[in-house]
Design a protein around this ligand. Structure first.
Ligand code: NI
Length: 173
C-alpha cells in the first residue's frame, strides 16, 4: 500500500527510531511492502520507515536508473534492518541531494566517500557491504532518518539550498 510521506517539520521525523527485535513477522513484511510501494510510486532512490510514520530502524534503497538522479550509477536494491555505518576514512564528498520529505528542494550535502555498512535482512540474516560514492551517500542519507536527521541539518552552505526548478533552470534572465 502506498503510504503518505511525512514532510519536514513533522515531529515524527525528528525522533530516534527503535531497533527491530522480532524478524520475519507478518507486520514487518507488510511494512516493507508499504515502503517498497511508496518509494516506487514517488520515484525515490530510498526511504526510511520514519518517513511513513513508523519509528523503527529500517531503510530500503536502490535503483537501476533514477529520473531524480540521472547521472548517478546504479545502486543495488537493498532492504536493511538495524543498520550501522562505519566510515572507512575521513574523506568526504559534497554534492546535490534531495529527499521525499522535502519535495522539490535540493541541497549540497557533505557525506563520507567510503563506508562499511552492516545490518540484517527481513529474515534476520546478516548483511555487510562496502560502498562508495553515490551508493555510500544514499545509505548515509537514509540512515540519518533513523536518528531524526534531515539533509539540511548536514549542510555547510545554505546558499546551495533551494528549489530544483530554480537551481537547475536553463533559463538566464
Ligand atoms: Ni530522505
Amino acid at each position: 500500500m502506498i503510504r503518505d510521506i511525512l514532510l519536514m517539520g513533522d515531529p515524527r521525523l525528528m525522533r530516534i527510531a527503535q531497533p527491530v527485535i522480532a524478524f520475519d513477522t507478518p507486520d514487518l513484511r507488510t511494512l516493507l511492502q508499504d515502503m517498497r510501494d511508496t518509494m516506487r510510486a514517488l520515484g525515490g532512490v530510498g526511504i526510511a520507515a520514519p518517513q511513513i510514520g513508523v519509528s523503527l530502524r529500517i531503510v530500503i534503497f536502490g535503483m537501476d536508473r533514477s529520473e531524480r538522479y540521472p547521472d548517478a550509477p546504479p545502486v543495488p536494491y537493498t532492504e536493511i534492518v538495524n543498520p550501522l555505518i562505519t566510515p572507512l576514512d575521513a574523506m568526504t564528498e559534497e554534492t546535490w541531494e534531495g529527499c521525499l520529505s522535502l519535495p522539490a528542494l535540493r541541497g549540497v550535502v557533505p557525506r563520507f566517500a567510503r563506508i562499511r555498512y552492516e545490518g540484517y535482512d527481513l529474515a534476520g540474516n546478516r548483511i555487510e557491504r562496502l560502498a562508495e560514492g553515490f551508493h555510500a551517500r544514499v545509505v548515509q542519507h537514509e540512515c540519518d532518518h533513523l536518528d531524526g536527521v534531515l539533509y539540511p541539518m548536514r549542510m555547510r552552505d545554505m546558499s546551495r539550498f533551494g528549489y530544483e526548478s530554480a537551481l537547475f533552470s536553463e533559463t538566464v534572465d
